[in-house]
Design a protein around this ligand. Sequence first.
Ligand SMILES: [Zn+2]
Ligand SMILES: [Zn+2]
Ligand SMILES: [Zn+2]
Ligand SMILES: [Zn+2]
Length: 296
Amino acid sequence: MTNKTTSKQRELPIVTGARYLGTGITSTNTSPLTAGGGDDCNSADLISLFECPVCFDYVLPPILQCSSGHLVCVSCRAKLACCPTCRGPLANIRNLAMEKVACNVRFPCKYSGCGCPAAVLYTEKPQHEEICEYRPYPCPCPGPACKWQGSLDHIMQHLKISHQSITTLQGEDIVFLATDINLPGAVDWVMMQSCFGHHFMLVLEKREKYDGHPQFFAVVQIIGSRKEAQNFVYCLEINSNRRRLTWEAMPHSIQQGFMSAIDNSDCLVFDTSIADLFADNGNLAINVTISPREKL
Ligand SMILES: [Zn+2]
Ligand SMILES: [Zn+2]
Ligand SMILES: [Zn+2]
Ligand SMILES: [Zn+2]
């Protein structure tokens, strides 16, 4: 039903790799417009009508205007006492016409300034931006201490400079030794593993996801995108005193963040009494094996 492969493509702008235009400039669109009519309207002009005058992000439905008709985005609106354009009162007036237009416009991804060429319907925008490969990556280290974020290419450098204490082991099959696992409170153990031309971060965290019930969470994150994560499988195995506990899964992309693995229990989870069964003098050895995923 869509007509996006028709003659409108003649206007495709050139997509350049890394243009730092800030948010919302539309020259990196691949297929900017729209369904139904409107062919005479320049899409960049059209999209600029949706720019919030305060933050330059887009004003998306529900679109509310002041009594003089000015628009401001929902998040800025929540912080304002009056219209940023005319200083008039922020009345609760919906602008249904703009909302209808918004339904037919493809908006540039929030990370267009970092090179993302995608332009998507506003309803698909949050979903795209969540997994956008151009989105700055957070520091993959657990804990809230480090606020660094940047591109994938710069993460290893950041780890080397700011997190020098993290050890790196080479090879696909290594032992991750967590010492003093009985330390009270929330504790992290972190190590890097390099194999198959990629870097992986192993994290063991002890925390009380449920009050009064400390648990251990262990996961392997790839220093890479979700797409790269799909090429691998990791296996964690604790094996001692004639007991064995195994977890096998696709590595987490550091784009998803370590906390999402804990929140969803998408990792090896065990409680302190299980840890005690496997520990040796308060130290816990976890075998980590990373392998390429077998192509089906
Ligand atoms: Zn705004
Ligand atoms: Zn106004
Ligand atoms: Zn994007
Ligand atoms: Zn960091």
